[in-house]
Write a protein that binds this ligand. Structure first.
Ligand code: UD1
Length: 420
């Protein structure tokens, strides 16, 4: 198994190009199930989660190529509709095949994803919405067995909670349904918006895109003819590199971003005293000798993303004073706390609130990655720490960060990938 060795304390400089957004690419690759033609999608990050979804679709009979950040995928050859446990357990987002498979084929079986390191993460809202659209759903031997023999029917869905993949599943299902589907309290994340925009450009009429109430006119089973398109930049990767600049007190530039998608992250960095130079498609963060403590509560977009919570906790260890971070979306998303403590961080946890006392001089240590974003917090801490930090179980990082070592090395960090 690989691990990352970081020799901390190096100042960073230069610029880094941000990759396409994994969380936009996943639903959009799944949306190729709704198409009759070979779909070409560019700016796809070369990360494990994408390969997992492509493998799942290929197991169902789809044909694809993935070269130079471009996926070409033909789902016309799909000949069965069972997404097996073996794949789904390695990536929860496999559930994104449920809506489009059911919509196109009228039946499918998708393994229940189960819990994960950051909490229970049920899919009850996805299932409830599909039932309202006329699907018959049963849970059999760990699988969601869904059927809609005469197709899905448009309906009004009210999500009790804002759910990102839940919204995406229902949007894709509604695209081929008979009649209109209104989704109230739909997620507004840029990744959900891009899914709507792509469907809309390819013949599915969607009103209210970007608001919390959308209405989708179903095609009554008629498959889409999808034009080539590019995936939006990854706002979480962008935020992580900005934190890398911030925690090492360095001036760096992130390129190929959409700054509007980063607003909540940029505002928190400014509140911590960082000066930012924000362009049309780049953000530059300036050196900053002292960091102000911060208060953060995670929430749905456009609020502060839960996927940036761990990175800001690492950064808060370097602030002069007490920072408070409240996690409102996932019940167990503090796995990084004990690892940061092993590096010398002073963090106390009470329920879903972490209090971070700064500034502490972090010391390199052997630490363990526990989930994707928790791992990136450990990388950030390692960059700021004195001495050597070895981060084990980095397969979590490989799920979502493209070329992490080479991007950090190009910025001047001392990072290498080694085998245990
Ligand atoms: C997506 C993102 C993930 C991000 C999260 C929140 C992808 C592939 N993953 O995950 O990176 O951290 O959004 O921004 O895009 N919930 C239910 N019932 C459901 C569905 C969700 O109770 O049926 C709850 C969840 O437990 C959680 C909250 O709703 O507390 C939000 O979860 P959700 O938005 O669904 O997260 P994901 O789509 O899994």
């Amino acid at each position: 198994m690989d691990f990352l060795r970081i020799r901390g304390g190096k100042k960073l400089k230069g610029s880094v190009k941000i990759s396409g957004a994994k969380n936009a690419a996943l639903p959009l690759i799944a949306s190729s199930i709704l198409a009759k033609n070979e779909v070409t999608i560019s700016n796809i990050p070369n990360v494990k989660d994408i390969k997992t979804l492509l493998k799942l679709l290929s197991n169902l009979g789809a044909e694809f190529s993935f070269e130079n950040s471009t996926v070409k995928i033909d789902t016309s050859t799909i000949n069965h509709t069972k997404a097996n446990y073996d794949i789904v357990r390695t990536m929860r987002a496999s559930i994104l095949t449920l809506g489009p498979l059911l919509a196109r084929f009228g039946h499918c079986e998708v393994s229940l994803p189960g819990g994960c390191a950051i909490g229970q993460r049920p899919i009850d809202l996805h299932l409830k919405a599909l039932k309202r659209m006329g699907a018959n759903i049963e849970i059999k031997q760990g699988y969601v067995v869904a059927t809609a023999k005469s197709g899905l029917k448009g309906s009004t869905i009210v999500f009790d909670k804002v759910t990102v993949t839940g919204s995406e599943n229902i949007i894709m299902a509604a695209a081929l349904a008979k009649g209109n589907t209104k989704i109230i309290n739909v997620a507004k994340e840029p990744e959900v918006v891009q899914l709507c925009e792509v469907l809309n450009k390819n013949g599915i009429k969607i009103e209210g895109i970007g608001t919390d109430e959308i209405e989708i006119e179903g095609s009554e089973g008629e498959l889409l003819d999808m034009d080539p398109f590019d995936i939006i930049p990854d706002r979480i990767e962008a935020g992580t590199y900005l934190c890398a600049g911030a925690i090492t007190n360095s001036k760096i530039k992130i390129e190929n971003v959409i700054p509007a998608h980063l607003e909540a992250i940029l505002i928190k960095l400014q509140e911590m005293g960082f000066s930012l130079n924000i362009g049309d498609d780049f953000v530059e963060i300036e050196e900053n000798m002292s960091i102000d403590p911060v208060k953060i509560a995670t929430s749905e977009y456009p609020g502060f993303p839960t996927d940036m919570q761990a990175q800001f906790m690492a950064l808060s260890t370097q602030a002069d004073g007490v920072s408070v971070i409240e996690e409102r979306l996932f019940e167990n998303r503090f796995m990084h706390v004990s690892e940061l403590q092993r590096m010398g961080a002073k963090i106390t946890l009470k329920g879903n609130i972490a209090t971070i006392e700064g500034k502490t001089n972090l010391m390199g240590a052997d630490v363990m990655a526990t989930d994707l974003r928790a791992s990136s917090a450990l990388v950030l801490a390692g960059l700021a720490a004195e001495g050597i930090t070895n981060i084990h179980r980095i397969y979590h990082l490989d799920r979502g960060y493209e070329n992490l070592e080479s991007k950090l090395t190009s910025l001047g960090a001392d990072v290498e990938r080694l085998s245990e």
